[in-house]
Design a protein around this ligand. Structure first.
Ligand code: SAM
Length: 251
């Protein structure tokens, strides 16, 4: 079988998105409006004193890289279930000179939520972050994961997550779709063109094709999971950054 046929047939894990991992960093910036702004918002939401951060679904390491660059005293434990994504991230982090402060761990964060996988360096994180990964879990697992995150943070620790959200109405579903099409066109491409680089995914581990929840449902899950204060620092049509603090001293 030729290599190109093998690549075409290769099933990706949900969240890997592009058939070739090397296409991810360019492709995601064409596919999603304001990807860089999303990562910046998460990074800016971190407290000034932050020593240990857990990242869930680190992908190619773009968020890790920003955090390591902005927070010189921070160690990042980054988990992802895809060996391809982890390897890509690790090479990038080492090339940037941050290898000593970054640990990649190949784990399904659903297993971690269920306590069937313990991380070596578990608990007592100052913060947990994630971007564009948790929406692959069904709501029941999202809640379990939020509980596990809450339990793994120090008192006063925070969690910031970026994800696509379920449109609030059929009208907004149309609006959000149009905004993404317009964004792709501004990048000199189209959603149809970008989709030619997107691979097939089916369920893998705890993750599935998109399992979107409304922003309101996310905030309710965070509260139920134990976050004392929840917040939405950023929203742009169908994308949001949201999260909270286990205990908020700042009000
Ligand atoms: C769309 S990518 C986003 C990557 C990165 N956070 C970013 O914003 O560029 C989603 C990542 O989550 C990972 N992922 C999805 N479900 C996962 C799970 N259950 N456990 C661990 N990693 C998962 C995928 O392998 C992929 O690397």
């Amino acid at each position: 079988m030729s290599l190109s046929v093998q690549i075409l047939m290769q099933q990706l894990f949900p969240g890997e998105v592009f058939t070739n991992t090397a296409d991810f960093d360019t492709g995601i910036r064409q596919l999603l409006p304001r990807y860089d702004e999303i990562l910046s918002v998460i990074t800016h939401c971190l407290p000034h004193e932050v020593h240990r951060i857990l990242e869930l679904g680190c992908g190619t390491g773009e968020l890790s890289l920003r955090i390591l660059n902005r927070c010189p005293d921070t160690q990042v434990v980054a988990i992802d279930y895809s060996p391809r994504m982890l390897q890509f991230a690790q090479e990038k982090i080492i090339a940037a000179g941050y290898g000593e402060r970054w640990t990649g761990v190949e784990v399904d964060f659903g297993d971690w939520a269920n306590h069937s996988e313990e991380l070596d360096i578990d608990r007592e994180f100052d913060a947990c972050v994630s971007s564009l990964a948790i929406h692959h879990l069904k709501d029941e697992m999202k809640l379990k994961l939020f509980q596990r995150i809450c339990d793994s943070l120090k008192e006063g620790g925070c969690f910031w997550n970026a994800d696509p959200i379920l449109p609030e109405s059929p009208h907004f579903a149309e609006v959000y779709k149009a905004v993404r099409e317009e964004w792709a066109s501004q990048q000199g491409t189209s959603l149809a063109q970008i989709r030619t680089k997107i691979g097939n995914t089916s369920t893998y581990g705890h993750s599935n094709q998109d399992q979107l929840a409304t922003l309101d449902a996310h905030l309710q899950m965070l509260t139920k999971a134990g976050f004392e204060t929840v917040a939405v620092p950023w929203k742009y049509y169908g994308l949001a950054v949201f999260g909270g603090w286990t205990h908020c001293n700042e009000l």
